[in-house]
Design a binder for this molecule. Sequence first.
Ligand code: SF4
Length: 391
Amino acid sequence: MTTTDLPLLVLGRGTDPASERGVDCPGSLPAASDPDLVARARAAKEALGSRLFVLGHHYQRDEVIQFADVTGDSFKLARDAAARPDAEYIVFCGVHFMAESADILTGPDQKVILPDLAAGCSMADMARIAQVEDAWDAMVEAGIADSVVPVTYMNSSADIKAFCGRNGGAVCTSSNAQVALEWAFAQKPDAKVLFLPDQHLGRNTAVLQMGYSLDDCVVWDPHKQNGGLTAEELRDAKMILWRGHCSVHGRFSAEVVDELRAKIPDVQVLVHPECKHEVVTKADLVGSTEFIIKTIEAAPAGSSWAIGTELNLVQRLADAHPDKNIVFLDRTVCYCSTMNRIDLPHLVWALENLVAGTVVNQIQVDPETEKWALVALQRMLDLPARTAAKD
Ligand code: SF4
C-alpha cells in the first residue's frame, strides 16, 4: 500500500532505492522476452473475470492497451471506474495521479492497482503540496489570498486536488478548463485564479479562449523566493500560473509547425492545449486527447494532419486511419517515459498476483485528502457541460 506522495525521480539517476519503486516487484517480474506473456495476461484476466476491470490510458503501449476493458483520457477512465462498483480490482494502466483519482471516485471496498509504482507524471510532480502551501502563505501576506480561487488540472496529485477543495477551488480537465475558469472568476469580486500545475493549459485557456492578455498572466516559480514575483505583480495579475509543464507536450515547437506546413501544404495542425502558447497559436485545432481522436475519426480520406500529442496515440491513430496522412509534430521520437513504465511484464505480474490472492501496488488515498479532493472534483462535475476547442 502506498501513500499519496510519490515524487518522480529521473529514471536511472541517483542511488536512492525509493527512486525506482515498482522495479522491485515482490515475487518475480516476468522476463520481457517471455514468449508466453500475452497468453499469461489473457489467462489471468479470464481467471479474474468480472472481479477485474482494466483501464488503459490513450498514451499506453499497444502491448498493454490490448488488455484494457476501456480506453480513454484520465477523467473518462476515472468515471468509467466509478461506473463499475461490482469490480473488486481496478487495474489502472496509466500513471499515479490517475490511479489516485480512480481510488477517490470508487467505493471503499474496491482496490485500485498501478502495475508499476514508478509510473508517475513529471507535470504532477512539479507542484508539491508543501510548495503550494508556501505560495498560498505568500499570497496571504500580499493581501490577495481572499480573492484567489485555486483551480488544478486533473493531472495533479490528490493532495493538490484536496488543497483546491479546502480553499474554495475546483479541478478541471483539458476539455472543460474554460468553463472551470469562468466558474472560478465568478466566485468572488475581483477574483484571481491560481492555476496548477500546467502553466500552458492555464495560459492558453485564459488568453486564447477567454480574451485575457498575456500581461494578465504571471508565472509563480516555486524554486524562487516569493515565486519570483513582487506583491504588486501578484496584485495586478488575473491568472497566477504555476510553473509546471508536461515534458512530452512541452517539446513541440513553432519551428516544426512552420517546417511541416512548408513540406505538406494542406496539412492541418492539431495539438493538445498542454503545448506551449506559441505552438497553440500556430495550430488549426486545439483540444483534449478525446477531441483529437474524434477529429481524426471525422476527417475526410486523403486529409493531412500533424498531431502534437503523445506518440503512442499518434501512432495508433495513423495505424487506424491509413486513408489519412498523419504525421507526428516533432522531429524525434517522444513517448511519455512514465506512461511507458507500464509494460506487459508488469501487467502480467500484477494480474497473476491478484489471481493468487495478493494485492500488489495498491494506490490508496488517505480519507482526509480524499474528502477534500472529492469536494474539488464534485465542483468540476457540477459545472455546466460544455467542451471547448479552438477551431
Ligand atoms: S504525457 Fe505529460 S502530463 Fe501525461 S503523464 Fe506524461 S508527463 Fe504527465
